[in-house]
Write a protein that binds this ligand. Structure first.
Ligand code: SAM
Length: 401
């Protein structure tokens, strides 16, 4: 990696420490799956990208999310959450957020609930699932007094044991904005010659990181068996590795795709923990068959640095964000296999327009000029409207729109 003269010394030291960590692991194992490389590059304690880059999101950061557009996104979600929670008969319920990053979205949602839906606010427990102590601290600082309303959990297991101790099961809403696209993916490459999928691993050539192909790892084999079993029991979708021979015949040699076992695991844990209510993700993503469109021959993995997309995925571990599109077909199938009903699956533009039109009809909501500008950015196909999708699944609630 080449550092500019303005790069601070701490960043250089962190980068060297992280590269040494990756090298140690590569030496020990021979090579790393891309998923393990991505896990270290983004989440190695105190060194990974998300451990240090509190200000990575927003106009001055590396990338932009719906939250950076302004508070309207959180206000619209708060309205919808309040409507959904009204349907529940319980006296208390939870909103669980994961991937809360700097706490801005939690703050926008809680502020809107407090001012516009006070009776819901009083009955809600806001839980954040956050494995990193650094990020828990940023979130508490951002929330200020609203932090009193929030309880943090390290993992689903931690949250489940809290429910077991209190004798309750989770009732309410579980959601994440742009979490699943930040989970580690495995990269697969189609070899027309051997008519098989090869996994792309990460290794060192001298001091440079490079991709090397190999037989699929046990994690990929296990994922493949899981999807094959789900596809047999569920509706038929074009999901790796369930690809018809006619498509494999015409797939270009070297076609790349990604799979994300951790996204399926996360969705399954969330669905199994939720006893009654809604499970939602808003994310960069594609339907299952869109992963095999002719425009996707290089896959969907991207690195972001200072608002620029770069193809140099291995270039600067810890200094750039790595993200791959979420396979909405895969997580939909996983959720349905746990008994959830799919309530919404579509673009962010359609979802937010539906939420807003309900508010306009029910409460005569009128947007200010600034809110109109925010709404356009959130829904316009050239901004965040088309590339972002929303999946909502529901359990034991009225799943009709
Ligand atoms: C792209 S950022 C999320 C952006 C934020 N939700 C927003 O809307 O601005 C992804 C976040 O998910 C966090 N994350 C990764 N794995 C996680 C996990 N298993 N549980 C909770 N958060 C996780 C990352 O550290 C990072 O803070």
């Amino acid at each position: 990696m080449v550092f500019s003269s303005s790069t601070d010394e701490h960043a250089i030291k962190r980068h060297h420490a992280l590269t040494a960590l990756i090298q140690q692991e590569a030496d020990r194992r021979g090579k790393l799956s891309f998923a393990r490389f991505m896990e270290l590059a983004l989440y190695a304690p105190n060194l990974g990208y998300y451990e240090q880059h509190r200000k990575s999101i927003g106009r001055k950061g590396d990338f932009f999310t719906s939250v950076s557009v302004g508070p309207l996104f959180g206000e619209l979600l708060a309205c919808q959450f309040a409507d959904w929670l009204k349907e529940l008969s319980s006296s208390r319920f939870a909103i669980v957020e994961a991937g809360a990053h700097n706490g801005q979205l939690a703050q926008d949602i809680l502020s809107a609930l407090k001012s516009d839906h006070p009776s819901t606010f009083n009955r809600v427990d806001y839980f954040v699932i956050e494995p990193s102590p650094n990020r828990r601290q940023w979130q508490a600082e951002q929330l200020g007094q609203l932090a009193d309303k929030v309880r943090w959990f390290e993992s689903w297991t931690d949250l489940s044991s809290f429910h077991d101790r209190s004798g309750h099961r989770l009732t309410g809403i579980v959601f994440a904005n742009e979490l699943l696209d930040a989970l580690p993916v495995h990269r697969l490459r189609w070899s027309q010659m051997s008519r098989s999928w090869r996994e792309q691993f990460v290794s060192f050539e001298g001091s440079e990181l490079t991709f090397v192909d190999g037989d699929p790892s046990p994690e990929v084999e296990a994922y493949s068996r899981r999807i094959a079993a789900l596809a047999r029991s569920g509706k038929t979708t074009l999901l790796w590795p369930e690809i018809p021979d006619q498509l494999l015949d015409v797939l270009p040699d070297g076609f790349v795709t990604e799979i994300c076992p951790s996204a399926g695991d996360w969705w399954q844990q969330a669905a199994e923990t939720l006893n009654k209510g809604w499970l939602m993700t808003l994310d960069y993503g594609l339907s299952a068959d869109e992963f095999f469109s002719p425009a996707r021959t290089k896959g969907t993995l991207r690195a972001y640095r200072q608002h620029h997309v770069t193809d140099d995925i291995l270039g600067a571990p810890g200094e750039q964000d790595l993200t791959a599109h979420v396979n909405f077909g895969a997580i939909e199938l996983v959720g349905e296999s746990t008994g959830m009903n799919t309530f919404w699956s579509g673009s962010q533009a359609d979802f937010l327009t539906w939420v807003l039109s309900n508010r306009v009809k029910a409460a005569g909501w009128q947007l200010s000029r600034d809110q109109v500008r925010q709404f356009q950015t959130l829904t316009h196909p050239d901004h965040l409207g088309r590339s972002f999708r929303v999946l909502v699944q529901a359990r034991q609630v009225n799943a009709a729109k």
